[in-house]
Design a binder for this molecule. Structure first.
Ligand code: GCB
Length: 596
């Protein structure tokens, strides 16, 4: 305890000492096929609305019970009730639903492994986290949906160890997303938490992709070591040694592997070794490019039959599980989708793995959403780190064909500077994908016009003609007026419908209205040859506190399926039918249209 028992009452700088070191993309560990020691399960959980934990030092390694306290305390984090990790506290007790603040997760683990290094991997902590082991602050992280790594080697001890993670979900203007967004503000450790027992030198990055007739490898080590790495792709008979200098190495091997595509989602086992470490990935080799206003997969023009998805569940919140994810892919298959936009933040890492196997292309994005604080360098650093963590996690997933770097941000100078730097960071980190963003309409000239488009490969267009803007004349005009020099994907459009609410197609919130708007939308946008994809908003209804009419009841009801993830609305059938027609048309025309 502090010497003056009341000092903390007046300490408003209480958080700063533990803001750094900042955990981020630079500390990531290449994960392909690695053994994980799971820390999922019961963790002690203490809410801390007033940040007393940081003020009073609840993280001190002192597990004594009240009988042994020399002076009174306000917490007993190691005797607190337990919750299940992964999980969102916002869905774990009804009385915690709207809790926006900090909470302390505490868990013991026993360490008797001889491995030279120990790293903690947290799949996602919404929104910020501070990690403490045995009373030591290890590091802190920002960003609600990307994994982060904290090296515990210097603080772990043989036998019992005490791990505490403070997680906070308070919304704030300088965060990514900022305090205003159209989904539910969940909090908690809502993806897997694991320990990684690692050798003295390990692989931080092993990125493998195909371009220009070459299989390419970029690898990074934990330390600036030099030596030889080895790349093996057994099915292609490839075994090559790769020179590593000061912890980094690259290789390009001429090859002609069978290509990955939605029709044939072929994956190859790839093993990368350095010293005592190795990772194993299953990689699809494919090339995604744009040529004029076309999107080409392996040289063949594509039309993206998509749907947007939020990772939200009435019972689990932002947490998910294999059954939930498999159901999602079942619905995509029923719809005849070859594409999905994972809105508006990185989804669970299993999504891209399943998409790799099932042949669904993905747009994955970070929550640079609406009016974030574009002029703030700390906000940029947070966004860039979330982007690099996402890229680091999913770089070997062929299904991810584009990174989304922003959604509906006003075209200011600060935003232009911020987003063009972000697009540049994505390109530097990953030369094998397209960059996209949901752009703006110029309401004066009535054109798709956004300065950011110059930094993108694909222009995403969110437009709600027929819903927020009555009628479709505006859409006709917009499409006729615009002369984009790159492909446009309708990255959102749609209408709310309460499942089971029927009526005239002109009556808002009915299934008929939603279905007829999507039908008209699809007919209109597919007439514009530069529109190369359609991705309506969205697969399932989702919780959003901005939506407070009795019909909405705290839900955004633009789902093709209701929030129970089972009840299909009329629009679901409509879209499935229309996508089958488009797929048949594409199949007839694509083989004749290979563009090299
Ligand atoms: C949008 C946003 C999305 C909203 C949606 C809506 O343009 O990008 O996050 O949920 O509209 O339903 O209004």
């Amino acid at each position: 305890m502090t010497e003056d028992p009341f000092a903390h009452l007046h300490d408003e700088g209480y958080g700063h000492a533990t803001d750094h070191p900042r955990l981020g993309a630079a500390f990531s560990v290449a994960m392909g096929g690695r053994d994980r020691i799971s820390l999922n399960g019961a963790w002690h959980f203490t809410r801390d609305l007033f940040d007393e934990g940081l003020r009073q030092g609840w993280y001190r390694d002192d597990l004594a019970g009240p009988k042994h306290w020399p002076t009174p305390r306000d917490h007993e984090v190691w005797a607190a009730e337990t919750v299940t990790v992964p999980g969102c506290w916002t869905t774990q007790r009804p009385e915690w639903r709207y809790f926006e603040g900090a909470a302390w997760y505490a868990r013991r683990f026993v360490w008797d492994d001889a491995a030279p290094r120990l790293v903690l991997r947290v799949g996602a902590a919404a929104y910020g986290a501070r990690v403490f082991l045995n009373g030591h602050h290890v590091g802190s992280h920002l960003g609600a949906s990307t994994p982060f790594f904290a090296e515990l080697t210097a603080f772990v001890r043989p036998g019992e160890n005490h791990l505490l993670i403070q997680v906070y979900n308070r919304r704030a203007a300088d965060r990514v997303p900022m305090h205003h967004f159209d989904w539910f503000n969940d909090g908690g450790l809502y993806r897997d938490v694991d320990l990684l027992a690692l050798p003295r030198v390990f692989l931080r990055q092993a990125a493998i992709w195909f371009s220009g007739g070459m299989i390419r490898l970029r690898l990074g080590l934990s330390d600036p070591e030099s030596g030889m790495a080895r790349l093996e792709i057994p099915a292609l008979g490839i075994t090559v040694d790769v020179a590593v200098q000061d912890g980094a190495g690259e290789a390009a091997i001429p090859a002609d592997p069978e290509r990955w595509s939605p029709e044939a989602p072929v994956l190859h086992e790839v093993v990368v070794r350095f010293g005592a470490d190795s990772v194993t990935e299953r990689v699809g080799f494919r090339e995604i490019k744009v040529s004029g206003t076309q999107i080409l997969l392996n040289g063949v023009p594509l039309f993206l039959r998509g749907v947007c998805i939020h990772e939200d569940d009435a019972i689990l919140g932002r947490a998910t599980n294999e059954a939930d994810l498999r159901r999602r892919f079942g619905h995509l298959r029923e719809l005849g989708c070859n594409f999905a936009r994972l809105a508006h933040y990185p989804h669970h890492e299993r999504v891209a793995e399943i998409a790799d196997e099932q042949g669904v292309m993905l747009w994955a994005e970070i929550p640079v959403y609406w009016a974030i604080d574009f002029a703030n360098p700390a906000t940029f650093a947070d966004a860039e780190n979330q982007l690099l963590e996402l890229i680091g996690r999913d770089i070997n997933r062929a299904s991810v064909v584009m990174w989304g770097v922003g959604n509906e941000n006003a075209d200011t100078d600060a935003r232009y500077d911020f987003m063009s730097r972000l697009a540049g960071a994505a390109r530097a980190a990953d030369p094998s994908r397209l960059i996209a963003a949901a752009c703006l309409i110029n309401r004066e000239t009535f054109q798709i016009a956004d300065r950011l488009a110059a930094h993108l490969d694909v222009i995403g267009l969110n437009e709600y003609f027929g819903w927020y803007e009555p009628g479709f004349e505006g859409l006709d005009r917009l499409l006729a007026n615009s002369r984009p020099n790159r492909p446009v994907v309708i990255s959102e459009t749609g209408a709310d419908a309460v499942a089971g609410r029927r009526g005239a197609h002109t009556e808002l919130f009915t299934e008929e209205c939603q279905s007829s708007i999507l039908d008209d939308q699809l007919s209109i946008v597919t007439k514009a040859s530069y529109v190369r994809g359609f991705c309506p908003w969205l697969l399932y209804d989702f919780r959003s506190e901005r939506r407070q009419t009795p019909l909405q009841g705290g839900w955004n009801r633009k789902g093709l399926i209701a929030g129970d993830k089972a009840t299909r609305k009329m629009a679901f059938k409509l879209l499935a039918r229309r996508y089958r027609e488009i797929a048949r048309y594409s199949a007839r025309h694509s083989s004749a249209r290979k563009v090299v």
